[in-house]
Design a protein around this ligand. Structure first.
Ligand code: HEC
Length: 127
């Protein structure tokens, strides 16, 4: 074999092995929410508020009151969800990680935002 052929093969082999190694890079992806399974307000949405929001959004504090006992009525009474146009709902858009500049106090994680959106798309039920 010519020296140049050996060199060529080494380069090709290197490229192939490199290409393979990229398959092992694990991408950080948000797991899609199954739209056929109901997102439950009491056990999936309210806990997001309890963990990340009630420090400010509590009875007598910043509106909306997002404490577990009052969150659903607060959202409903203040029209913070819009089942006709779910992605325009304030409870989805305001603390959205994509909403640069606004509500810098606290943002949803991408997964939380997706869960909230799916819940509204499914009719924003007090379930
Ligand atoms: C550190 C305090 C703080 C935390 C924590 C916080 N917020 Fe807020 N939020 C505010 C303040 C202050 C406002 C008033 C508007 C503004 O200045 O951004 C507000 C406004 C809002 C509004 C707009 C209400 C309206 O009628 O226009 C929504 C919706 C909201 N917050 C949702 C949330 C959610 C959901 C969380 C938890 C993921 C959260 N907030 C966590 C302080 C906070």
């Amino acid at each position: 074999m010519k020296k140049s052929t050996v060199y060529f093969l080494v380069v090709v082999l290197g490229l192939v092995l490199n290409a393979c190694s990229y398959d092992f890079i694990v991408k950080e992806e948000v797991k899609p929410v199954d739209p056929t399974v109901d997102v439950l307000f009491a056990t999936q949405i309210a806990p997001i508020f309890t963990n990340g929001c009630v420090s400010c959004h509590k009875p007598g504090g910043q509106t909306p009151d997002l404490s577990a006992a009052n969150a659903y009525n607060s959202l409903k009474n203040a029209n913070l969800f819009d089942t006709a146009s779910p992605s325009a709902s304030l409870i989805y858009t305001f603390p959205n990680p994509d909403n640069a500049g606004k509500h810098s106090w606290k943002k949803y994680s991408a997964a939380e935002a997706q869960l909230v959106l799916t819940w509204i798309q499914q009719g924003a039920k007090n379930n």
